[in-house]
Design a binder for this molecule. Sequence first.
Ligand code: SUG
Length: 446
Amino acid sequence: MSAQKMAMESNFDGLIGPTHNYGGLSDGNLASASNAGLVASPRAAALQGLEKMKAMHEAGLWQGILPPQQRPHLPTLRRAGFTGTDKQVFEAAWKEAPRLMKNCLSASSMWAANAATVSPSADSADGQLHLTPANLSTMLHRSIEHPQTQRALETAFPFAAVHTALSEQSVFADEGAANHVRLCDTRGAQGVELFVYGRDGYAPARPGYPARQTCQASQAIARSHQLNPARTVYALQSDAAIDAGAFHNDVVCVGALQTLFYHELAFADKGAMQADVTNAASGLFTPNFVEVPLAEVPIADAIKAYLFNSMLVQMPDEDRLTLIAPLETQENAATKTYCDKLVASNGPIGEVRYVDVRQSMRNGGGPACLRLRVTLTEEEWAQVNSGNKFSPALYEALKNWVTKHYRENLSPEDTRDPALMTESFAALDELTKVMGLGQDFYPFQR
Ligand code: SUG
């Protein structure tokens, strides 16, 4: 085994884009369905995201930023037969295919946990960092993200193996890191990668809400990331979790270092999951399973309050882990009581901090959805594109940029305004300069 390098987990957050709105686009995501049609605040959303990044940076964690994508996504509209100037395409699409248009306006790339699956260099046979952009093929509005995601990842991680998304077909439906947990002793050491899937891609679709991740997608990623099969585990989500609204496993489970924190109903066979993870970790570390009992936190509360869609982080100089939870977890009696008890116990989680990401939460995106975890060695972190690294100066520049370009309010009616497109493209054009992304980063610039 090669000498272990000093490594840390970084968080790359999706910067929330100027068209953030409540489109009701995600079947099985209860927040998206129940908040459809609300007036959104793109400006407040982006600023909430920036405050979370700032808090993590100030706590001493490595913090990165992934830029928003171009919306409306004109290439999808043109592929669907709309022609003419951008404005003509925009107006004709709203008139003839309003549902398609709504899908092309979503700012969904903010949920960076779905951008890709990431395997650090310590886990792969070739010693490289591997990233596979998620095809997100289950939801139309998300399926158009991956080509631009690939570009964004290649820009941010020029030294890494950035793969092409898996085949865009139901057998290979893939939602990225939201269904993937890496456990380890120390970050730079060989870890165990746990892939959680909702269905066998060859089986008929399940009744009820869609299962978005297939076993075949997870296996394909583990192969191309050159993972050691003995250190790789696959576990099936429970139907109960999916039917209660756990459209991704990270709605009912989060892990860090040796700790896996999950709801009693998260897995179809939790005994098998525990045995498989323990076996895969043999000789490396002893996993610490923190299971939240149904009797203490009903699954409906866990999902509504997003207890598990928290970031589980190792703060410098803290012995125990910190859970970065949404304010909604503090406001729910069952989850708040559980968190107080968790901290008071002498278990692996020693603190819970609450953050305000309400704008994203109304679309089913908690603190954990907004970030992509990338474990990096010091040498790798030094090679990350500097424009993708959070700094106080970049924070100030982005805050000014958001305040200058973003609308305070965006109602469903407002999304029909072609000025939203021109404003958004002007904002993104300027962003490529602020973040040093190059002058042909977005399709409208090419
Ligand atoms: O894919 N919501 C996202 C939320 C993603 C959350 N990510 C994780 N759990 N990792 C989704 O369902 C709603 C968009 C709308 O309805 O306007 C949406 O796409």
